[in-house]
Ligand binder design. Structure first.
Ligand code: SF4
Length: 420
């Protein structure tokens, strides 16, 4: 053998084999990682990877908004054996990241029932950011059940101004009377028996304030569960069944608050932040690559257009006010109004209104609109003279539509006195 050769043919073959084996094993590991959805094929290991800051999916960094991951497309099915791990992950996240909200007063599972009840009723149709302001205002006016029960209904409606759906305020007042007489219920059934308290509110108060194992089922819960299970058309019954089986019976209050917070801050409707989600490793919607597609949008009932005319007799401080009847914000005080009936002109409705009030129309102030769940109201506001006695506007509970109508008068006055 010549002494200037470094390797024998046998040695070169062995070296090549080792290098090839190394390349193949590294490639297999990477392929296995993508196929299984995480390192080592385990959901928990994958979750540790994400928590550590690594991106499991290219383009899905921890701060990714509206995650879409076309390469991460394994099928995921949440089985009953996964439930303890999902609960633990959600609760650990809630312990770290749960929101501090003004109605979360008291220890977990023993929150102040009055605050929880008022907040749940108030937030049914209101976003949390706006609901916080209304909640503080309502609690300042009625800090206890007794204070609410003792207040006249007009004062309750006034404090409810802007929250909409005034039937809820009337029911709160009625139920406060029952609570003041009979005491605070300690169970779901007791809360459910109160006026205006449905299954959602009863489950929320029973779990958050009484520690009872009742799963809540609202829009946030529906969305999170539909995505976790990859269900596009979740029915009410389906959501409640999935919520019941996932609920942690040892910490029902914290679990319900955790799902609410996850839906409100991470698993949001249009842009879920899957990179921050504690349960992504079990989530079928995330695994599909298009989490925002779950659940499918609900088919909304058609919005009906309603045209009406109003007459402002007086000004923004003192005006003729009426208690409205029927479907046009019925039950609230407001400017005298007439709906423009089918086949009628706006002029016909205005004449009918002025005749009923014994007033004369002096001019048009403008038009305002107001959107409700199933109706869009277009109200043309006129100024007038004569008619019944005026009353103080500030003392009446008015709808947002009436505040907009009165703002027209303020604008007209400001333009009349504006410097030329
Ligand atoms: S539940 Fe699923 S879709 Fe929602 S944020 Fe978590 S991973 Fe994304």
């Amino acid at each position: 053998m010549s002494e200037d050769r470094f390797f024998t043919p046998r040695e070169i073959a062995a070296l090549t084999f080792v290098v090839l084996a190394l390349v193949i094993s590294v490639s297999s590991y990477r392929i296995g990682f993508w196929m299984s959805g995480g390192s080592g094929g385990s959901a928990m290991a994958a979750q540790r990877t994400l928590r550590a800051g690594a991106s499991v999916c290219p383009g899905l960094a921890k701060d990714t908004v509206g995650a879409r991951c076309p390469r991460y497309t394994r099928a995921v099915t949440l089985s009953s054996t996964d439930l303890p791990a999902v609960r633990a992950a959600l609760l650990a996240w809630f312990d770290r990241s749960g929101r501090a909200l003004p109605w979360r007063v008291g220890p977990e599972g023993r929150r102040d029932p009055y605050r929880v009840w008022v907040s749940e009723v108030l937030l049914q149709q209101t976003q949390v950011s706006r609901g916080r302001v209304y909640f503080e205002r309502f609690l300042e006016a009625f800090p206890t059940v007794q204070a609410l029960a003792d207040a006249p209904i007009e004062a309750v409606l006034k404090a409810w101004e802007g929250c909409g759906y005034y039937a809820r305020a009337r029911n709160l007042h009625k139920a406060a009377g029952v609570l003041a007489r009979e005491g605070i219920p300690a169970s779901y059934e007791g809360w459910r028996a109160l006026p205006g308290v449905g299954p959602y509110t009863a489950a929320a108060v029973a779990s958050l304030a009484c520690g009872e194992a009742r799963a809540v089922n609202d829009g946030n819960v529906r969305r999170v569960l539909a995505r976790l299970h990859g269900e596009r058309q979740p029915t009410e019954t389906w959501v409640q069944a999935r919520a019941d089986e996932l609920l942690d019976p040892s910490r029902p209050g914290a679990f319900n608050e955790g799902v609410m917070d996850l839906g409100a801050t991470v698993c949001t409707p249009k842009a879920p932040k899957c990179g921050e989600c504690p349960v992504w490793a079990w989530c079928a919607a995330f695994a599909s690559g298009d989490p925002a597609a779950f659940p499918a949008p609900k088919v909304r009932a058609a919005v009906r257009d309603v045209r009406a005319v109003a007459l402002l007799l007086g000004d923004a401080r003192e005006a003729v006010l009426e208690r409205r009847q029927g479907t046009l914000l019925g039950g609230l005080m407001g400017l005298p109004t007439e709906v423009v009936a089918d086949g009628e002109t706006e002029r016909d409705a205005l004449t009918r209104l002025a005749t009923r009030l014994g007033a004369s129309v002096t001019g048009e102030l403008g038009t305002v609109t107001h959107g409700m769940t199933h109706r869009r109201i277009t109200l043309t506001v006129y100024a007038g003279v004569g008619g019944p006695a005026r009353s103080p506007v500030a003392e009446a509970a008015l709808s947002r539509l009436d505040h907009k109508a009165l703002a027209l008068w303020e604008r007209r006055r400001a333009s009349l006195f504006a410097p030329a």
